[in-house]
Design a protein around this ligand. Structure first.
Ligand code: MN
Length: 305
């Protein structure tokens, strides 16, 4: 049995406007990617009537967006004409391919609680110009042991395979402790892994996992032991190290500065990224690229900034 060597990475607060703040755990200065996972935001907030998430139509390119709801609901609309409400325990997976537009909003006027993990998956070069697509996965395979429910969101574990359609070797597992308990999680030795706490009190291989932190482990480990007090939840992600340097800017993943400049120009000019039917929210504007130095970054580099 080979245990992981865990490295603690602190997330940072990012403000999404209207007082809505999230913890960004990927990318950070110390870790740009975990497998093809290139972005991880954790948001947990109570909101008043008329507020909550109100993200108007915006474009994506070269990635998949992956949404896991812990509490609350989000209404997704996209330029394929899909309108999908996501609820706790479900996954929304949007494949932008060469270009898609979507909006995300809290569906209720009454206020409530929103607790969500939003991730992006970089598409490998062979798939980054693929047709856009959207999938909603209402039911996912579950591994149950005394006091524990582990849901396989992406990839395989315990001989269970998630139906989620991804384009590189990846895994994601949600672990919920119904009672105070410990769980041994099988790991692929050719994967690197990250684990984050969604709530409660969790220890991983006897190290305490704090809120707003990510524990990262390089390839080589074949299992981890996780202990949680009743009610705790966490999210494990992993994948084969992504060996293509990517260039991530705003909502786009490309390879060159030209990819990004072209996508931004296409969005601003109303090309490539179609409108979202029935959205009542204002279309987001691309940030100004003037003076921005766009340089591809290797996911393997430990320190980039
Ligand atoms: Mn988006």
């Amino acid at each position: 049995m080979t245990r992981a060597q865990w490295q603690i990475i602190s997330g940072r607060q990012a403000n999404l406007g209207e007082g809505f703040s999230v913890t960004r755990l990927v990318p950070t200065a110390h870790r740009r990617m975990i497998g093809a996972w290139c972005f991880l935001d954790h948001a947990a907030a109570d909101f008043d009537a008329g507020h909550g998430m109100q993200v108007g139509p915006h474009p994506h390119m070269g990635l998949q967006t992956f949404t896991w709801m812990v509490e609350g609901e989000i209404l997704h609309r996209d330029s394929l004409g899909v309108e999908q409400l996501i609820r706790p325990g479900q996954v929304n997976l949007m494949t932008s391919g060469r270009g898609i537009t979507h909006s995300e909003e809290s569906p209720h006027q009454a206020g409530g609680r929103l607790h969500v993990a939003q991730l992006w998956i970089a598409l490998p070069d062979a798939h980054r110009h693929t047709e856009p697509a959207f999938h909603h996965y209402a039911e996912l395979p579950m591994h149950q042991e005394a006091g524990i429910r582990a849901t396989v969101l992406v990839g395989k574990a315990w001989e269970l395979a998630a139906p989620t359609q991804v384009y590189s070797p990846l895994v994601a597992i949600h672990i919920k402790f119904l009672e105070t308990a410990s769980l041994s999680v099988p790991l692929r030795t050719d994967f690197e892994h990250g684990i984050m706490q969604l709530n409660g009190e969790v220890t991983v291989d006897d190290q305490s996992l704090q809120r707003d932190q990510l524990m990262y482990s390089d390839k080589g480990a074949d299992s981890l032991k996780i202990t949680g007090v009743a009610g705790s939840q966490c999210l494990l992600i992993g994948g084969e190290p992504f060996n293509e340097p990517i260039l991530m800017w705003w909502n786009f993943v490309g390879r060159t500065a030209e990819d990004i400049q072209q996508a931004a120009a296409d969005w601003t000019a109303g090309r490539r990224f179609p409108e979202v039917p029935h959205s009542t929210l204002a279309r987001l504007q691309a940030p100004d690229l003037t003076g921005v130095h766009l340089k591809p970054r290797s996911p393997l580099a430990q320190s980039i900034r």
